[in-house]
Design a protein around this ligand. Structure first.
Ligand SMILES: N[C@@H](CCC(=O)N[C@@H](CS)C(=O)NCC(=O)O)C(=O)O
Length: 204
């Protein structure tokens, strides 16, 4: 299937029985959470990119809020990034990302909401929920033309810097990431009101 974004007036791409589908927008940090979990857990899926400035009617029927990410398989539909990630982790329990212990799980949820702590160990759900926003911080330095804004190389934040390095090595992160300059270019287009959802897409 083409990765070009589907816009108003487009024909609904037919689903196949038993095939998991992600409705996505390539620059959306929330949808990136879901893509990170899908890729990290090697969950087979297809991707339908949606033009969020000109949404197809069939997409609004699927999620009346008109937001990505949305997961769909057969008659099941799940919107909201945290819900999609938790659903995937429950349905594909191997290599579990959500702690089983309810108390730890509660605290991971607290941290996810407050985004106040980082860790270096094996990645877990908290890391994947936080990463898309962290990945975009250097974009602020580009936009503000202030390269020192969050200088992880300066050695001031060793834990954060080590976490950043470890995350960037993960195949799921490598497959979904854009660099700061690309994020900034896309974001400027977004601010102008005419974002190019197919930017940097290598297909005709
Ligand atoms: N709370 C939602 C937020 C999702 C969200 O804001 N997605 C944006 C794209 S980054 C969107 O779909 N915007 C289109 C719109 O709101 O019309 C989640 O976590 O999934």
């Amino acid at each position: 299937m083409s990765l070009k974004s589907f816009a108003q007036g487009s024909v609904f791409p037919p689903t196949k029985q038993g095939v998991l589908r992600l409705y996505n927008m390539r620059f959306c940090p929330f949808a990136q959470r879901t893509r990170l979990v899908l890729l990290h857990k090697n969950i087979p899926h297809e991707v339908v990119n949606v033009h969020l400035k000109s949404k197809p009617d069939w997409f609004l029927e699927l999620n009346p809020l008109g937001q990505v990410p949305v997961l769909q398989i057969d008659d099941k539909v799940v919107p909201e990034s945290t819900a999609t990630c938790e659903w995937l982790d429950d349905v594909y329990p191997e290599n579990r990302l959500t702690p089983v212990d309810p108390y730890r799980r509660a605290w991971d949820r607290v941290l996810t909401e407050y985004i106040s702590k980082v860790r270096r160990s094996k990645p877990c759900m908290f890391d994947f929920l936080l990463w898309p926003f962290f990945e975009r911080f250097p974009m602020l330095a580009v936009l503000k033309e202030n390269p020192g804004m969050l200088d992880l190389e300066a050695g001031k934040f060793p834990t954060l810097s080590a976490w950043d390095k470890a995350m960037r090595k993960l195949p799921a992160v490598m497959a979904t990431s854009f660099d700061a300059q690309s994020h900034a270019t896309w974001f400027k287009g977004h601010l102008s009101g005419a974002p190019d959802y197919d930017m940097y897409l290598k297909e005709d």
